[in-house]
Design a protein around this ligand. Structure first.
Ligand code: HEC
Ligand code: HEC
Length: 230
């Protein structure tokens, strides 16, 4: 190190450190404004795609109100590469086990972006609505609502919500189970179901759940009385 740089070192280093603190503080305050105050720091790496409230943005799926055990299992699956996605695999690999638990818990406790209801009397011609609420027993396809709850709200820690997931995302997941490229999950329930679905079924049911968010009955989760929440 020459005399010149030694002379510069003190003040230069100090102002660099000040700048870093400034940038970090700016980032932290933007993060704090967008998320709830108790959000773990690791959540900052998620909200750009999944939304500040985990509500999902465009093609990125919602995480809010999705069961903790389910979210944690997905992060593990992306982390070990058994669930494949070029965006999520490296992100999950960066998280420690403790961070995976903490982000899964955080998003599972955020309210669903909205709650929707299924049509009371769908017709067999309403492909997606019919499959979702009645299933097709001749092919051993149970109604989706049996596990995913009315209005695709999700049930407990293991059965994720479907309402409001992007249609392309739902389609890809069902295709992945059909092709055996997504881990089978609890009791391989979805592998069995997806194998019974035709391309027409998949398109219809994906559109049905994606569009539930846009039906007139869909209300923000907070507006419902607590007893009607999942
Ligand atoms: C650059 C965008 C991006 C960022 C940042 C991101 N994700 Fe994702 N995430 C995605 C995409 C795309 C998918 C859909 C993957 C697929 O199709 O299988 C996804 C899917 C997921 C899923 C599976 C959801 C489900 O319903 O099965 C979880 C869980 C998840 N992300 C958690 C996180 C967490 C936690 C973080 C922050 C640590 C994060 N993501 C950051 C893009 C992102
Ligand atoms: C017998 C119970 C059961 C039924 C019925 C069922 N599912 Fe599932 N579904 C599950 C389970 C369990 C998971 C979580 C799988 C995992 O952990 O990987 C799941 C996950 C999914 C996912 C992934 C969601 C996400 O966020 O990535 C989609 C999409 C899905 N189901 C669609 C459907 C559709 C469409 C139907 C009706 C045709 C249906 N399911 C019926 C049990 C069921």
């Amino acid at each position: 190190m020459n005399a010149h740089s030694r002379k510069q070192k003190g003040p230069a280093r100090r102002s660099a450190v000040t700048l870093l603190w400034f940038v970090a503080a700016l980032g932290a305050s933007a993060f704090a404004q967008k998320t709830s105050p108790d959000a773990p720091k690791s959540v900052a790496a998620c909200i750009g795609c999944h939304g500040a409230k985990g509500e999902g943005i465009a093609t990125f799926p919602r995480l809010a109100g999705t069961g903790q055990a389910y979210l944690r299992a997905q992060l593990d699956a992306f982390g070990d590469g058994s669930r494949k996605n070029s965006i999520m695999q490296p992100i999950a690999q960066q998280l420690t086990a403790a961070q995976r638990t903490e982000v899964a818990q955080y998003f599972s406790q955020l309210p669903a972006p909205f709650l929707a209801a299924d049509p009371v009397q769908p017709l067999p011609a309403d492909g997606g609505a019919w499959l979702a609420t009645r299933g097709r027993w001749s092919d051993d396809v149970p109604a989706c609502v049996q596990c995913h709850g009315p209005g695709g709200r999700g049930v407990g820690a293991q059965f994720p919500p479907l309402a409001g997931l992007p249609a392309a995302y739902i389609t890809e997941q069902l295709q992945a189970w059909k092709a055996g490229s997504r881990p089978p999950g609890p009791l391989a329930l979805m592998t069995g179901i997806a194998q019974q679905l035709t391309e027409t079924d998949i398109t219809a049911v994906a559109a049905y759940y994606a569009n539930l968010a846009k039906t007139p009955d869909a209300v923000p989760a907070k507006a419902l009385p607590p007893k009607s929440r999942p």
